[in-house]
Structures are given as C-alpha cells and as structure tokens.
Write a protein that binds this ligand. Sequence first.
Ligand code: FAD
Length: 375
Amino acid sequence: MLSFWEKQTFTAYDYAVVGSGIVGLSTAISIKEKQPDASVVVFESGLLPTGASTKNAGFACFGSLTELLEDIKILGKEKALELVMERYLGLVKLRERLGDQNLDYHNHGGYELIREQELYCIEEIETINDLLKDVFDKKPFEENKSLISEFGFNEQVVKSMIYSRYEGQIDTGKMMKSLINVAQRMEIRILSGASVSKIEDNGSDVDIVVADQTYGHVNFKAGSVAICTNAFTKKFINDLDLNPGRGIVLVTKPIENLKFKGVFHCEKGYYYFRNYGNRVIFGGGRNLDYKAETTTSFSLNEQIKTELLRQLDEIILPDTPYEVDYFWAGIMAFGQNKQPILKQHSDHIYLGVRLGGMGVAIGSRMGEKLAEMMI
Ligand SMILES: Cc1cc2nc3c(=O)[nH]c(=O)nc-3n(C[C@H](O)[C@H](O)[C@H](O)COP(=O)(O)OP(=O)(O)OC[C@H]3O[C@@H](n4cnc5c(N)ncnc54)[C@H](O)[C@@H]3O)c2cc1C
C-alpha cells in the first residue's frame, strides 16, 4: 500500500508520457516549454530507455537518393517531400535544443554506395534535387565516383557514389543523456523501471497502471497521456498498422588509418555504416530475414551477423585490417509507409509512434507536434 504522502505527491499529474525514447522525452520537454507550471511524468519500463533511441547508429539524415525514390513510389511526391521537410525541421529542433557540442554533431557528409542494380538512380539526381529546392539552399545530391577508391571500397561491387552535403552524425548516447538532463532541469519526473500495463481514458482524465515489484501494481492519474512506446505500442492499442523491426549493429575496435569519415547508406537504406572517430559502426540486414526480424526481442540473428561481417570484409574494408568489438540490437517500428503515426486516440490519450529508421531526425518534431495537440 502506498503511503498517504506517496499518493498525495507522486501519483497525479497534468500530463503523462509513456516511453522515454527521443519522442517521449521531446514530447515532455515541449509540453513544459509551452506550460512551465504543468506537472509532467514520464514512465519508462527499462532501467535506461530500451527501444531504439539509445541503440541507433546516430545518423542525422533525411533519406538517401534511392530511399527517397522509393518513398515517392509509395507516397507520391508531395508526401515524400513533406517527410523530408519534417526530418529536416526535426534535426534543426534537436540541434537548437541540445546544442551541437552536447550532441557531438559533425557534418562529414552523407554518401550512398551505388551497386550495378541501383545505377538507375543516377539519372534521377536532378529531379530529386529540384524537388528538394525549397528545403535546402544548395543541391543536396551529387555523384562523385572518385570517392570509391579514395575511401577504399571494393570497386568491383561499388559502381558509383552519391554525396549528400546536408547529412551529419551525432553521438547517440550523448543525445539521450542531454535530453534527460534538459527534462530533469525542467522538473519533468522520469520514472525508470516503471512498466505501464494499462492506460484507460475514463472520460474526464486517464487512469494509468504501472507494474511494481512490491505492490503488484500502482495506480496513477493524468489529465492527458502521450503514448510514445514506438515498437511496443500494440500492448495498448492492437488495431494499428505497426510492426516491430529489429536492427542489428556492430562496432569495430579503433582502426589505424581509417580512410573515410561520414555516414554511408547502401542497398536502399537496408545497410548503413559510419565512422565514430576511427571506429566503424555498421548495421542493417533486416531484409535478409524479415520474419525473424519482426520481433521485439533484443537477441542477435546469426545469419545477419555473418552477412554484416562479409560486407565489412569484402566491400567496406577490403584492404584494411580490423577487429569487431561487439554487436547489439535495437527495436524500431514500421508500417506500410514511412509516415509516423501522430494522432489523438481518445479524448485524453494521444499517440506518437512508428518512427521507422529515421527517428533521430524526426523525433523532436514529433514531440513538438504531439505537445501542440495535447495542450
Ligand atoms: C539499430 C538501429 C539503428 C538506427 N539508426 C538510426 C539512425 O542512424 N538515424 C536515425 O535517425 N534513426 C535511427 N534509428 C531509428 C531511431 O532510433 C528510432 O526511430 C527512434 O529512436 C524512435 O524513438 P521512439 O522514442 O519513438 O522509440 P523508442 O526509442 O523505442 O522509445 C520507446 C520507449 O518506450 C519504452 N516502453 C515500451 N513499452 C513501455 C511500457 N509498457 N511502459 C513504459 N515504457 C515502455 C521503451 O522501453 C522505450 O524506451 C535506428 C534504430 C535502430 C534500432
């Protein structure tokens, strides 16, 4: 049984956010920016945020050329352009809010490795540059084949390279630490190890039940709730076009004379790598085994690990000795298209989920829009 003091002081809030990933924390911060006197709580089931936001590769990107061409096919030009704009605005917001030093933000550029089967995209460069002319002041994409040998990639496989001038990289750990610091300075209460088991709109406010080791469960109340649980949302709302998608990543030990810096996209975004200092972070391969990777389990798929090592050996670092430090996994959320789900679910419950593979970029913008809906 909670004490009178605990009940009185800790269990009722103006706003509650479920999930402390980039979207949850950004939503809580945006609410406080708009209503400094409001009480805001964030429930996080993990000891640390435990989904995608602390597990990602730290690309500050808005989409490679082949990805944008795919988006246009599925969404049409207008909606694809809107997505790029939202990612761009999200990155601006993130950098303004936290500062480049706290993010360890660097712009070493973005690049796409083009194989034989993607050469079709070269002819589309100017069409896409033209489509994006209102977002960026210079043409974002250009072809530069000389980079293939300069960066030491396998020239038998990589037939061309596209340079994207507006893409940068961050330190994901520093981003999340800074977001938590900002939230705490604003007196947002973050409760870690607080797994929400039930959220119910009772017509005038929201009842929230949190699983607890000592009491079995603890009841909370909030005026409005934002569900920001991304891949884990079906626990609360089953009827959603949302599937989990595991992403597996490796990091090498420091490499002497690493030949490249920047963020790199391959195979329409299914593989991606970057430098982190003189290490390489490399991930992807979900498309090798979609069925097994549609999961919320953080375990590692041996087939994908083997393929990542093969590509590192044969394509990315063919002439450079390296050692893998270790692998990890994170869980994303996907739907039939790349648009996030941002909506009011009931009178007092709101949803900001399905961030896909570019949540670092769009996450702050999602939080801002969700807060606007809730206030
Ligand atoms: C391997 C990998 C690489 C990626 N690389 C990039 C990249 O380079 N650039 C980029 O822009 N994006 C990248 N992404 C995608 C990006 O990380 C995500 O889109 C983004 O982090 C999603 O943020 P979120 O806040 O919506 O979800 P999450 O970070 O998953 O947050 C959801 C939170 O909800 C919590 N939660 C779940 N259920 C409950 C519950 N019942 N009660 C309380 N809390 C709960 C979880 O523990 C979690 O902390 C990558 C993702 C992965 C996995």
